[in-house]
Structure formats: structure tokens, C-alpha cells
Design a protein. Sequence first.
Length: 463
Amino acid sequence: MNNALLPFIKKSLVLAISAALASTASSVASAIPPLNVTNITMDGTTGTTTSLVTLGAITKIDSATNGTTHSTNLFFSFGQFTVANTDTATFVCSSCGSISNVISRVTGGGASGIYGSLNTSGFTTSPNFWFFNPSGIFFGSNTTINVPAAFHISTANSLNFGSGSLPSTATTIGSTLVTGDPTSFGFLGSTGDITITGSNITIGNGSKIESANTVIINNAKIAPTSGTIEITAQRSISVDSSPAPSPALPSALTANLIATTTLTNAGKITGNATATTGNLLNDGTITGNVLASLGTLTNSATGTITGNATATASTLTNSGAITGNAEATAADLQNNSGATIGGSATAGTTLTNAGSITGDATANGNTTTAIRLDNSGTINGNAIATNSGLTNKATGKIKGNSTAQTDLTNVAGGQLGAAGKVATATTGNLLNDGTITGNALASLGTLTNSATGTITGNATATA
């Protein structure tokens, strides 16, 4: 190679890489529709014309000229669909008859911005509204949804019916495939996100917001007019977490949330929250039940769960407040210092408590050598190590019965029981260096009450 050419080659590579990066950045930026530009086009597969009537800030989408009716379903197929933050898109029924569902798809490959108002007009019935765009959907601070019944919106690839499905491509809508009510959105891999920023949205009972990828919600309010609504993602849901929003404006969602992978919340959720395969992290408030089916469940120091918290297959860590029961069905449960559990706490393996548990604390780990229930906090109910040992440390208080399958140790300073309660080591030894208010029983092992130990009731070593 001619060495004289090397500077030129290096410069060319740098320019090429810079151009590629600039192109990528431009592509990513252009994926977000501008707030102040309405861009609504028909793709030509529905209606008799692609022309739309625009009256000032209002774009009319007419059933007679832009739509296609099959049975009681009215279809609109768009190339692009974005409503500017000061504009309105109105779906008009011009003698369209009895309609059960207004169904819209976007086929042109660009994301949709519903930044302004979405209205319906002229319908003699109260149809459900279905809208899907696999390239992504954005909501803004001026978003208003005025539809007569449920509002279903998604980044799905298709809409399923009992007899077939409607794809998100610009294909003819066959009447035999799209009769009856839609049953569900169809997802054929990751597509666009649904991003809701600063919105205040009220939608009808039974409405669903469903993303084929992620749902990102920041500083937003979403609620049903009555009943319940659902927000789901084939991947993750983030509420006030990505990017970090203004803490003065936390989101308030009255909905059930279901994420296939991770769910993170720093806002306020009134409803149940579920992470199916990933982790669930709560830094905010959830008024409902919380479930991590396969991943970890973490309730941070700022987190409040007003309901039950369950991690089915992995660990549950609580540093905040759980007013209901807490359960790590097959793994460890850790209740940290300052944390509270208002109901019972159950661990499939080891339960460690440095906080407060109002109900019973149960560790189901199966071992003859390890301590599976370790308490340095307060347990107001019973403490049960069903297949292992129990240790109550110097700062620990257990006010109910304490039962260990193997060894039970009450460290100096530790307090067990109350009048009429029993501290029991079923097959192992019982060592008391602290205070047992009530009876002490070692069924098969030794019972030792040391020089610092006090037992106010009966002390029995059976064998």
C-alpha cells in the first residue's frame, strides 16, 4: 500500500463514521413526531378517496369517504397519523348506521403523535375505539381522548378477530376476516414504544394501552371514567423512572399494569402491578397487589405497597412499607431496618427481619444446619422456622410463639414471647441468653438457660 495514501484513507474513514453517526442520530430524532404539526394521511385501502376535510385546526375523518364498513365495524387505514398539540382529529359517522367498533391502523412506518384532541361525532351508538401503529405512539400534555366507550391503543402488528386478523400493512380489508368484535392485539416481535409524557387522560371502562415493546410514562395522569383499565407491555413498563422526571409532578395511574419483563415505578399506581418474567422495583406508591412471577421484587425505602407483595420464584426485599402480606414463595425474604410489613411474611428459604412484621413470620427453608429465620427486628405474631433453625438477636422481639424445627437461639438482649406463649425447639437444642416471657420447650434436644437468661414460665426438655 502507498503510505502517502494513509492520511487520506484515515480522514475518509473518520468522515464516513461521523456521517453514519449523524445519520443515525437524525433518524432516531425524527422518529418522534413534532408537537406542532398535524400529519394525517390515508393509505388508500379504505374509503373512496384519500382526501381529508380540514377546517382550521380540525381534521375530519369521514366514514362515507375515508372509511370502510364491514358488519358493525368501521375501518380507517392511515399512512401517517399525528395530531398537533393545538389541533383536533374528529372521526365522523355520516349515516354509517349501527357501529360497535371504530378501528384504525397506521401503515406508513412513522410513529404517531396524539398530542391534541381525538374526537368522534355523529355516531348513534357508543362504539369502542381501536387504534394501532407498530412504529410507536406518543402522547403529550395536551392530549384529550373523547370517544364514547373503551379506548384500545397499541403498537401491535395486527388486530385479531374470531375469524382472522387485520395486519398493520396496507392490505385490502377482507370482510370475511374482520367480522364480529376484535378479540386482542397481535404481537409478532418487538416494535414501537408507547410514550406518555405530561398527559392527563381519562378513558372508558375496559380500555387498554398495550405496547409491543415498552411503555414509558412520565408526569402523567391516566384514569378510567369508571371501572378499570389496563396498561401492558410485551417488554418493560417504566413509570417516572426513564428518564427521571420532575419529582414535584409524579404520575398518578388508576390502572392495572402488566409488564412481561421489568416494571419500575416511582409514581403512584392505583391498581395491581405485575412483572411476569423480569424484576419489579417500586420506589413510589402502589395501592393494590404486586407480583413478580419470575424475577425479584424490591420495595425501596421510598416505596409503599398497599396490598400484598409476592415474588413467586425469586427474592423479595422490603425497605419501605407493605401493608398486606409479603411472600417470597421459593426464595429469600428480607425485611430491612425501618421497613414494615403489615400482614404476615413468608419465605420459601430464608427470612431475615430487621424491621417490623405485624403478623406471623415463616421460613420454609429445608436444612438441618443453617438458620433460616433470623430476627433482629420486631415480629408481633408467631415466628416459625418449619424445617430449620431460628435465631433471635439482641435487638429482636418476637411477641408470639417461636418455633424452630432444629435449634432455637435467643441472644442476650433478645425478647421472646408473652404470657401464655411458648418458645420451642422441636428436634434441636434451645439456648436462651436473653428473655423468654412464657414457656420454653426442647422436645428432643438440650435446653440451656445461661447466666444472662430469664425464663418467666416453665422450662422443659422432654428427651
